[in-house]
Design a binder for this molecule. Structure first.
Ligand code: ZN
Length: 257
């Protein structure tokens, strides 16, 4: 199984988490970053971890959008482009009221997002988009710049935007939130498996909705198997068959073998 979205540099005991993943049969992890520093870290991690294979992505999360670091990040991406599998995670997050009220923050988020989408187009890498609270604008930004390969990670927006995402040939991801969020469940049920990826977004906090007696905890890549289980339950499909399709989707999108 491949975990298609992990913040490895944020995991407290990474060696242990990679060992756990290996023991549970996780073959690959797509690592994403949120700023300049974490971009450097995921690159280093990808150089040393071969089982599971760690694939590196570089980006700047909207909540960390910092135009002062942007050109340095662009240079870092260009220098390492042959080692990278994606630009991510990038996007907009206007979910919180304080962001919606802050014109400067919104401007910075848009500047960073647009620059990195254009870069992805230039260097021909797929992108992972965080679109919370600005679903349609994120979709249009990506589509209007001619991006062909894209996943709307943790998409929890309206179904009409989802339909446009799917019609464009983009992917959405199934995340731990399908355990408790009705909107996320709706999205996953609506999107065909052929356009779905599966991920942990670790170390995101898992709420206790798994019915396995474990209280809330910080996730790690091996927990992608929990997402898979939940996904298959919702879609009423066989886990083994689903895993084959979902892994194939990840390979296709990120061009990994
Ligand atoms: Zn993330």
């Amino acid at each position: 199984m491949i975990d298609t979205h992990a913040h490895l540099e944020q995991i407290e005991d990474l060696d242990k988490a990679l060992e756990n993943a290996r023991n549970d049969g996780i073959k690959g992890i797509v690592g994403v970053s949120v700023d300049l520093e974490s971009s450097k870290k995921i690159l280093d991690i990808s150089k040393v971890s071969s089982d599971p294979i760690v694939y590196a992505g570089m980006g700047m999360h909207p909540s960390e959008a910092n135009p002062d670091d942007l050109e340095e990040l662009v240079d870092l991406i260009k220098e390492n482009v042959s080692r990278l599998k994606l630009i991510g995670e990038i996007g907009l997050d206007f979910f919180y009221k304080w962001v919606r009220k802050d014109d400067q923050k919104k401007k910075e988020q848009r500047e960073v997002f647009q620059r990195l989408v254009e870069l992805a187009k230039d260097v021909d890498l797929p992108i992972s988009v965080h679109s919370r609270g600005k679903w349609r604008e994120c979709f249009e930004t990506v589509r209007d710049r001619g991006i062909k390969d894209c996943v709307f990670h943790w998409f929890s927006g309206p179904i009409d935007v989802l339909d446009d995402i799917l019609a464009q040939g983009y992917y959405v991801s199934a995340t731990p939130s399908i355990a408790y969020s009705e909107q996320s469940q709706e999205v996953v049920k609506h999107a065909p498996i052929e356009q779905t990826l599966i991920e942990t977004d670790c170390p995101v906090y898992y709420r206790n909705k798994f019915g396995d007696g474990k209280d809330g905890f910080r996730s790690e890549p091996k927990d992608v198997l929990r997402t898979l289980k939940l996904y298959c339950k919702l879609k009423e499909i066989d886990e083994k068959e689903a895993a084959l399709v979902l892994n194939e989707n990840a390979r296709k999108l990120f061009r990994i073998c």
